[in-house]
Write a protein that binds this ligand. Structure first.
Ligand code: NAD
Length: 484
């Protein structure tokens, strides 16, 4: 059974405590590897290694950093099959999804930031012929990068790549539920020639390893993706230390369907938006609002589509939906299905594990795609993030009403609008409170675009120049041109 190790100063090392946590394959419910139960002593070693590496790495020419990062990207691509399989076993997601989305996106993250740093520019301002001001952007030191379990290598590399591209060194913590691909990734970094200490990976629990990274006085930058409650705890620790923070947190995203929409497309895309990755994507459209005249036919068609999704062994090529990430998470999602019923909702499909599962998946954490109607927008089921294959559908009567419904939660991560009316699309997009709005699409991503949430979905934006700026400190240098 694999003993995952920490990656500190370019070496795979045991946790100082010698303690390990079980790592469970969610599709079988069985322990299949062990992950270090690290603590603040391991974080201390990692921070020291990152500090030692900083002077040299930050002074390394961008072209050299770029070459190493491109070599890492090539190695991820070369190992796509084994990484995708590891991601599937760690997380429960379909292998086909890990192969087509998670791992290719990790490659793209590295290629994008490896080449972005070759094309950056800085600002200069002439002050009435008295002075020139220019902005010097410098790496900030050791960055703490904390990532969740739903898109493990994808979101890990989305933070680590821009941090090291800009000359920072990193102490990173992947989720304890999905450590395998980041463990493998450390090896690839060594193979690609990344100098020791530039990236350090400490595995373990959030309240031990994650909290120690956030509280460490020599980690001035924290980039976090995860739940809103965790984000809030991180902010409470980091704010008095004036750390620079990026928080990408939860969502309860509205998916608005006007009656004039291309219905075939709206139904197809809404099914994907609700159930892709078992509904475990922060951007999933988990509250669907349909204009009343189209409501009945939409509900019928969506339920039909949901029933067609094959829930089963994530290793099988025709599986659409795999297992939820853990027993505890399945219990949480199932508790919301019960809550929805108590709140007066009707379960039109799903809500239970699939009846037929292959023998090897008998003890796995599966739930059928679940569609719920009959709830009002203010109930807990429609206000709290469920983060599973569960969506509600509600009718609306007019534009103003649906905008109010959409904005009625504390979240503001993303939203989707389906309509053929271009003016309405722009009008509604401007009024829905969310960091991203997709019109007649979902999860189309351009890595140059600022990405992040409004309200309690987070602070800061990741993507393109925003990220390069986040990981660097702008210093104004003012040169006098003549005496006044
Ligand atoms: P989580 O908040 O429980 O954990 C995220 C990471 O933080 C993990 O590595 C965890 O170990 C660590 N952590 C936990 N407690 C910590 C603490 N006190 N201090 C420091 N680190 C700590 O989230 P999760 O369950 O892993 O992921 C699901 C959540 O992530 C959902 O809410 C989802 O919406 C959100 N998410 C957001 C985005 C986005 O871009 N906005 C993307 C993916 C997931």
């Amino acid at each position: 059974m694999t003993h995952i190790t920490n990656y500190i100063d370019g070496k795979q090392v045991e946790p100082i405590s010698g303690a390990y946590l079980d790592n469970v394959d969610p599709s079988t419910g069985q322990v299949y590897s062990h992950v270090p139960d690290s603590d603040e002593r391991d974080v201390e070693l990692a921070v020291q290694a990152a500090q030692r590496a900083f002077d040299s790495w930050s002074a390394t020419p961008a072209a050299e950093r770029s070459q190493i990062m491109l070599a890492i990207a090539d190695l991820i691509e070369k190992n796509l099959d084994s990484l995708a399989r590891a991601e599937c076993i760690d997380n429960g997601k379909p292998l086909t999804l890990a192969r087509s989305v998670d791992i290719p996106r990790a490659v793209t993250n590295f290629r994008y930031f490896a080449t972005a740093i070759l094309h950056t520019h800085s600002e200069a301002h002439f002050t009435d012929n008295l002075a020139i001001n220019y902005t010097l952007r410098q790496p900030r030191g050791v960055a703490g990068c904390i990532s969740p379990w739903n898109l493990p290598l994808y979101l890990f590399t989305w933070k680590v790549a821009p941090a090291i591209a800009t000359g920072n060194t990193v102490v990173a913590k992947p989720s304890e539920l999905t450590p395998m691909t980041t463990y493998m990734f450390g090896e690839l970094c060594t193979e690609a020639g990344l100098p020791p200490g530039v990236l350090n990976i400490v595995h373990g629990l959030g309240n031990k390893v994650g909290a120690s990274i956030v509280a460490h006085p020599d980690v001035p930058t924290i980039s976090f993706t995860g739940g809103t409650v965790t984000g809030s705890a991180i902010a409470a620790t980091a704010a008095p230390m004036f750390k620079k923070l990026s928080l990408e947190c939860g969502g309860k995203n509205p998916n608005i369907i006007f009656a004039d929409a291309d219905m075939e497309d709206a139904i197809e895309t809404s099914t994907r938006a609700a159930f892709a990755n078992q509904g475990e994507i922060c951007l999933c459209g988990s509250r669907i609002f349909v204009e009343r005249e189209a409501y009945d036919s939409f509900v019928e068609a969506l339920v039909e589509k949901a029933k067609q999704l094959k829930v089963g062994d994530p290793l099988e090529p025709d599986t659409n939906q795999g297992a939820l990430v853990s027993k505890a998470h399945l219990a949480k999602v199932s508790s919301y299905v019960e809550l929805a019923q108590k709140e007066g909702g009707t379960i039109l499909c799903g809500g239970t594990p699939p009846e037929a599962l292959p023998e090897r998946c008998r003890d796995g954490f599966f739930l059928e795609p679940t569609v719920i109607t009959g709830l009002d927008t203010a109930c807990r089921t429609n206000q709290e993030e469920i983060f599973g294959p569960v969506t509600t559908i509600m009718p609306f009567d007019n534009e103003q009403q649906v905008i109010e419904y959409a904005n009625s939660t504390k979240y503001g991560l993303s939203g989707t609008i389906f309509t053929q009316n271009l003016e309405r699309a722009h009008r509604v997009a401007a009024q829905v409170q969310s960091g991203t709005i997709w019109i007649n699409s979902w999860m189309l991503r351009d890595l140059r675009i600022p990405f992040g949430g409004m309200k309690q979905s987070g602070i800061g934006r990741e993507g393109g120049d925003e990220t390069l700026r986040f990981f660097t400190e702008p210093k104004n240098v003012c040169i006098k041109m003549r005496s006044i």
